[in-house]
Structure formats: C-alpha cells, structure tokens
Write a protein that binds this ligand. Structure first.
Ligand code: SF4
Length: 432
C-alpha cells in the first residue's frame, strides 16, 4: 500500500512517524495531511537509505536543489560532489536533471549516495534516447516515454516531474495569446514539439491512468510539472499558465483517488505582487496539494545573482503558503551550476524558506531567531556560528578581522552598542 492508501485507512506508517518526529508534530497530524492530500512523503518503496521528508501544509518549508549533467558536462564525480554539498548546505530534496553522460548510472549513483528524496524528469532521458536512436525527440514513441518513466521508478526515485497538464488546448491558447519568452520548461518544450509533430494529445495526459499505475506500484509521488510556467515577468499568470493549472487540479484529484501522492509545480518568473495570488490559485484549484515553486524569480535582470532574485520570491511564496522551494543558483540562465553555485543556491533558498516559516508560524522557527539574537547580544560568537545557516562562513567572516579588546566584533569595535548598553544600563542578555 502507498503512504496515501495507508493514511486513508487510518494507519500511521513508520515514514509518517519519522516525519512527525523531525517536524515536532503529532504523527496523527501527518497521517491526516497525507490522507487529505495536503502533505506528501516522497518515498519510493525501493529506497533503503532514505530519511523520510514530509512536504506540505503545517510543515517546515522544504528546499530542493537541482543537480545533474548537461550534454557538454557529464562527470559523475562532480554530480556526487554537488549532491554532498547540497545536503550539507541544508537541501531537503535533490533532483537529478542529468541530460549528458551515462544518465542511468549517474541517477543510480545519486540514489545510492542520498539520504534525501530524489526526484527526476524522465522525459529528458526518453527524449535523449530518441535523438540517439531515431535522430529526433519528436520520433520518441509513447512506449519509449513510459519505459523511461518505469526505469526511473524502478531505480528508486521518490518523485518524478511529469508535465501532464501541457494539453493541446493549453498549447493552442499559448499560440493564440503569444508570449515574450514562449516556453522555458525543457520537459514542456519536448512535449510541445512532440505533440505538434505527431499531431497527438500529450501522452502523459491521455494515458494518465497508465502513469498512475506505475507510480502507485512503487509509491512514487507525482510532481505535476508546469510546462507552461512563465519564463519572463511579462508572461506571468497568463491564459496558458492558468489553463494548465486547471488541468493539473483535475489530475491531482485523479491521482489521489488512485492512491498516488501528488504535488504541483509552479512558476517561474513572477512579479512580487502576483506571488500571493498564484499561491492562492494553486491551493484553491488543487485542493491544498503541496505547492512546489521554481524560485520564483521576481525580476528578469538579476543574472549572476539569481539565487537572490529567487530567494526574494521564495520568501514571499513561502509566507503565502508555498510548501516547497526549488532553489535557484547564481548560475541560473548562464551556465550549469558548479558545487559552489549549488551551495550558494541552497543557502539562499533555506533563508527564504525560514523567513516564510516565521511568517507562517511554523513550530520552532521564531525560537531559532530568538536564540540567535540572545547569542548576538552576549557576543557569543561560537553559539552564533552554530545557529547560523552557514556556520563555516559565519566563523570565517567573524575571524577575518580582530579587535584589540572586548568581546565586540570589528564592525563598531569599542563603540559596540551591545557592550555600551550592558555597561551603562546594566541590561544583560542573561536576563533574556
Ligand atoms: S560591534 Fe557592532 S556589530 Fe559587532 S557585536 Fe557589537 S554592536 Fe554588533
């Protein structure tokens, strides 16, 4: 039975227990969330090294890091290093988006080395195989696509992105309205090309029951991909994006009826003032299914700093109820991220997720900040480093410059406000 089926029949699984313990909530709360589809626990039954992670309403906002090779860079050791860096920096899940090298071997190595849930986008590999075998993605057969999905599932991936909502009708709407950046989702673009060339409906939509059967067998969570996500602020919240979301809303319900866990992917590039509305739309149309946003990026001009652009959007999205943030790295729009880009991207998204958690009132979030403030007031540099999201960097920056006397840092030196107040007003952090 899947986590969803167990939850629906009233059973608390070991995975639900584990998630409850890590979140500091009752196991029954997790069971109820899984049963009503507002929480997912991506946990393929084949995984042996997974620490289960809950994503959804009432839980800490989670962060995903995308790693993976490209057609020009296909080194397995680098990807394993990115995985290690991502988990060390605080990623709750990792997606392997490899499109180069030995894709199957890379995926298997990542699964074997990971304690966090692993997601993939199987259509990438299906499309690449179609190019190798038949010379073009559009020559991929429907069976090839499903064979790739099955291979990923059997290997043990915990969630798969499937762009089931890219229907002929949504594509027609896209063509009719026009866009500045057209389609920026790779999976969405593969499918649209295939649909036009073959004059057929999206097989992931048309044969959705076949997909559900495969996912159910291994308890793989569907991440219903947003092939129509805006890749430019100018395209945000347009007809094509909303039409796809309406279809996804129906598919979420069908997944849940079939005992398959589902979450919903979202934008993309969104102006700040549209983020909350996008979260509300998803929550309403998809009956509270966990929302997994890519960024969102709040401006198109942050190249080189898009981990910041994404973190600004991520914080607003998380505060508005988004459950899962896909990180953005400084390399976004420019190149394949290296391990340092991965580290910076994860930290930026973790800051965004935590800022959202404080606003959402997630258990323990506010207390963490309070502890940091007390340590700051005490000039307890060791404790501050421990409480920082990036302890190493905190230590490194603090020890860069020394001061001649006192416990302050080099920012204000002998004019340290904390020291002065303590000395003259007798207000000490010990009273906090
Ligand atoms: S010197 Fe300034 S920045 Fe440093 S601990 Fe004191 S008040 Fe804070």
């Amino acid at each position: 039975m899947t986590q969803l089926e167990l939850a629906k029949e009233g059973t608390i699984s070991p995975q639900m227990e584990s998630v409850a313990q890590r979140e500091g909530v009752e196991a029954e709360f997790i069971r109820q969330g899984v049963a009503n589809g507002t929480i997912v626990i991506p946990a393929n039954i084949k995984r042996t090294n997974l620490i289960p992670c809950g994503i959804g309403q009432g839980l800490r906002t989670k962060v995903n890091a995308n790693i993976g090779t490209s057609s020009d860079y296909g080194d397995i050791d680098t990807e394993l290093e990115k995985l290690r860096v991502a988990i060390d920096a605080g990623a709750d899940a990792v997606m392997d988006l490899s499109t180069g090298g030995d894709i199957s071997a890379i995926r298997q190595a990542i699964i074997a080395a990971s304690s966090v849930p692993i997601g993939t986008v199987p259509i990438y590999q299906a499309g690449i195989k179609a190019i190798d075998r038949h010379g073009a993605i559009v020559k991929m057969s429907v069976d090839d696509l499903f064979a790739s999905i099955e291979e990923h599932i059997v290997d043990g991936v915990d969630f798969i992105t499937v762009h089931c909502g890219v229907t002929l009708s949504a594509v027609a709407r896209l063509k009719q309205q026009g866009r500045v950046a057209d389609v920026v989702s790779r999976g969405g673009a593969f499918l649209i090309g295939w649909m036009f060339h073959n004059e057929c409906e999206n097989p992931l939509y048309e044969q959705y029951d076949r997909l559900l059967e495969l996912a159910r067998e291994f308890d793989v969570t569907l991440s219903l991909g947003d092939g129509m996500r805006p890749g430019s602020l100018a395209d945000a919240t347009d007809h094509a994006q909303i039409e796809e979301l309406l279809v996804i809303g129906e598919l979420v319900e069908r997944a849940q009826q079939a005992g398959v866990q589902a979450m919903v992917e979202g934008p993309g590039h969104l102006p700040l003032n549209q983020i909350e509305a996008n979260v509300q739309l998803e929550k309403s149309i998809c009956k509270g299914a966990p929302f997994y946003v890519l960024g969102p990026l709040v401006t198109d001009i942050g190249a080189g700093y898009d981990h910041i652009t994404g973190a600004i959007g991520g914080a607003v999205a998380a505060a508005a109820g988004t459950d899962f943030l896909c990180y953005v790295t400084p390399a976004e729009h420019l190149s394949l991220p290296d391990p340092e880009d991965v580290r910076q991207g994860v930290i930026a998204s973790c800051i965004a997720a935590h800022a959202g958690d404080i606003a959402k009132g997630v258990k323990g979030a506010e207390q963490w900040d309070r502890k940091m403030s007390i340590a700051r007031k005490r000039r307890d540099w060791e404790e501050q480093a421990k409480l920082a999201l990036d302890p190493e960097r905190s230590k490194r920056v603090h020890s860069k410059q020394h001061i001649s006397a006192g416990s302050a840092c080099s920012m204000c030196g002998k004019f340290c406000a904390m020291e002065l107040v303590e000395e003259y007003l007798g207000i000490s952090a010990t009273k906090c």
